[in-house]
Design a protein around this ligand. Structure first.
Ligand code: AHR
Length: 497
C-alpha cells in the first residue's frame, strides 16, 4: 500500500510584521562595460533605433514596467577610473579615454552625468552614483556633488547651468568607491577606512536631506573587512556594501545538467549566510541598525556567450537565473531589517541581465519576469513566514526545496512569493494564514518551463514568461497549493476580517 504524503506545512503570520521591505532592494546597476550602456541603453540621438535624447525607447519602456527604484552607475570597476568632467559638454568635444578594466576599448564619454540623470528621469527612479576613490581626488568627488546638488551660484553649479541644467538633481545615494579591496585600489581595510573617512567628509549636503553615503564593503565572506570598517567608520556611513556573485565562469548560462542547476541554487542560497554573518558583526557596532547593508552587486556570472568579446560579460539567461533571482529576493525580503538596498548586475546585456539587445531587437529575460512578479513587495510590510518543506538532495548534498517570503501592502493585500528549487518534483503545500483574517486568492502567477535551461531568444522571445497560476484553492484558514517543479509563484490574497 502506498503511503499518502501529507502536504508540506507553511505559515504566513499576518498578525505580525514590523519591518518594511524597502523598494530599493529591487535596484539595478549599469556600468560602462561591454554592451550595457553603449548599445543597450545609449544609441545616440542620430540612431535609427527609436530613442529619446539618445536613450533607447524600447529598453526604457520595458524597464518602466519594473518600477525600478534606483539605478547604480557608472560602475563597478569603471567607477574608480571615471573622471566625471570628461563626460560634460558637446559630445564631439568630449575627452576620450581607454576603458582599461573592460577590454581597453575607447570610451567616448557620450554617456555622462546629464545622460545618466536623464535616464533616471525617464525611468522615474533614484540615481545612485558611485564615486572614484581609486584614481580620483577628493576635490573631484567634492565638485561632482556640488555640480549635481548645489542650487546657488558656485563654480560647479554655474558650470551645470552652462551645460543646460538650471536646477540641481537632488541626488540621494552616493557610493564612496567600489571594490576598493580589488579593482578600486587594492587597499587594506585599515587604509580604506581612513580614505573613506576623508573622502566622505567632502560629500556635502546641499539639500534638506543628507546624502545616504555608502562605504565600500566586503568581498563575499571577508568578515575582517566588515569588522574594520564598522570599528573605524560606521558613525560616518549610512550603508556598507556587499558584493557576492553566483559564479561558474567555465560553463555557459544555457548549457548545464542537474549538477549545474543544483550547484547554482546552492550558491544562491549562500547569500543568507553572508547576510547573517556580516549583520552579526554590524550589530555589535550598530545595534540600532542605522548602517544598512547594501548588496549593490549580485547575480549570476557564467562563461560569456560563444563569439562574444570575453571581457564584455555577455551571457544568456534561463529559468535557472529566474530561480536565483526568486530565492535571492526572498532572502533580501526576509532580512529587510538590515538590507536596505540591492542592485542586480547588470541591467542590459551584461551578466544576469533583465534585457538583451541585438541591434534594434530587444527581449526580456526570465530574471526580468521575476522582478516584475515581485514588485508587489516594494515598500510593503514583511510578514514572518515559515515553511517545513524537506530538502532537495543531489550528489550527496541537500538544500531546502522551497523558498518563501510574504508581505502586506498599504492597501492590505498580502503577497506570497514561493520558489520550488526541485527540478522534477512538485510540492503540495498547505499554507496557513494566521491572524484574524479570512483570505481569498485574488490572483496568482507562475514562471516555469519544461526545461531547466529554457530561455528567451530573439526568434522566440516569449518562451519563458509568467502564466496565470490555477493550482491554488482557498480554505478556511489558509491555502492549498501545488508548486510545480522549478518554478517561481507569486500569490495575491485579499483578506476580509
Ligand atoms: O559587475 C561586473 C564587475 O564585478 C564590477 O565592475 C565589479 O565591481 C565586480 O567585480
Amino acid at each position: 500500500m502506498c503511503a499518502v504524503r501529507e502536504p508540506t506545512r507553511a505559515i504566513v503570520q499576518t498578525e505580525l510584521g514590523q519591518e518594511t521591505i524597502s523598494k530599493h532592494i529591487y535596484g539595478h546597476f549599469v556600468e560602462h562595460l561591454g554592451r550595457c550602456i553603449y548599445e543597450g541603453i545609449w544609441v545616440g540621438e542620430e540612431s535609427p533605433i527609436p530613442n529619446t535624447r539618445g536613450i533607447r525607447n524600447d529598453v526604457v519602456e520595458a524597464l518602466r514596467q519594473l518600477n525600478i527604484p534606483n539605478l547604480r552607475w557608472p560602475g563597478g570597476c569603471f567607477a574608480d577610473e571615471y573622471h566625471w568632467k570628461d563626460g560634460l559638454g558637446p559630445k564631439s568635444e568630449r575627452k576620450r579615454m581607454i576603458n582599461t578594466h573592460w577590454g581597453g576599448g575607447v570610451e567616448n564619454n557620450h554617456f555622462g552625468t546629464h545622460e545618466f540623470m536623464d535616464l533616471c528621469e525617464q525611468l522615474n527612479c533614484e540615481p545612485y552614483i558611485c564615486g572614484n576613490v581609486g584614481s580620483g581626488t577628493v576635490q573631484e568627488m567634492q565638485e561632482w556633488i556640488e555640480y549635481i546638488n548645489f542650487c546657488g551660484s558656485s563654480p560647479m553649479a554655474d558650470l551645470r547651468r552652462e551645460n543646460g541644467k538650471e536646477n540641481p538633481w537632488n541626488l540621494k545615494y552616493f557610493g564612496v568607491g567600489n571594490e576598493n579591496w580589488g579593482c578600486g585600489g587594492h587597499m587594506r581595510p585599515e587604509y580604506y577606512a581612513d580614505e573613506y573617512r576623508r573622502y566622505q567628509t567632502y560629500v556635502r549636503t546641499y539639500s534638506d536631506a543628507a546624502i545616504f553615503k555608502i562605504a565600500c564593503g566586503p568581498n563575499v565572506d571577508d568578515y575582517h573587512w566588515t569588522e574594520i570598517l564598522m570599528a573605524n567608520a560606521s558613525r560616518l556611513m549610512s550603508g556598507l556594501s556587499l558584493h557576492y556573485y553566483v559564479t561558474d565562469k567555465k560553463s555557459f548560462a544555457t548549457e548545464f545538467a542537474e549538477d549545474g542547476w543544483f550547484d547554482t541554487l546552492n550558491k544562491a542560497l549562500y547569500m543568507e549566510e553572508l547576510i547573517v554573518k556580516h549583520a552579526a558583526i554590524m550589530d555589535r557596532y550598530d545595534p540600532q541598525k542605522s548602517v544598512r547593508l547594501i548588496v549593490d552587486e549580485w547575480g549570476t556570472w557564467f562563461a560569456v556567450e560563444a563569439e562574444t568579446n570575453p571581457v564584455f560579460l555577455h551571457q544568456q539567461n534561463t529559468l535557472r537565473d529566474a530561480l536565483v533571482a526568486g530565492v535571492t529576493l526572498n532572502t533580501f525580503n526576509n532580512h529587510c531589517d538590515r538590507v536596505h538596498m540591492a542592485n542586480i548586475a547588470q541591467t542590459v546585456n551584461v551578466l544576469q541581465a533583465m534585457i538583451l539587445t541585438h541591434g534594434p531587437k530587444m527581449l526580456v529575460t526570465p530574471t526580468y519576469h521575476v522582478f516584475e512578479m515581485y514588485k508587489v513587495h516594494h515598500d510593503a510590510t514583511l510578514l514572518p513566514t515559515y515553511v517545513e518543506a524537506g530538502n532537495y538532495t543531489y550528489g550527496g548534498q541537500s538544500i531546502p526545496k522551497v523558498s518563501i517570503s510574504a508581505s502586506r501592502n498599504a492597501e492590505g493585500r498580502i503577497h506570497i512569493s514561493l520558489c520550488n528549487l526541485h527540478p522534477t518534483e512538485a510540492e503540495d503545500i498547505f499554507c496557513e494564514i494566521t491572524g484574524d483574517v479570512q483570505p481569498f486568492c485574488a490572483s496568482a502567477q507562475v514562471l516555469t518551463s519544461k526545461e531547466m535551461s529554457a530561455h528567451n531568444t530573439f526568434d522566440h522571445p516569449n518562451l519563458v514568461r509568467p502564466e496565470p497560476y490555477q493550482d491554488v484553492t482557498t480554505e478556511m484558514n489558509g491555502l492549498s497549493l501545488k508548486l510545480p517543479p522549478k518554478s517561481v509563484v507569486v500569490i495575491e490574497l485579499n483578506c476580509s476580517h
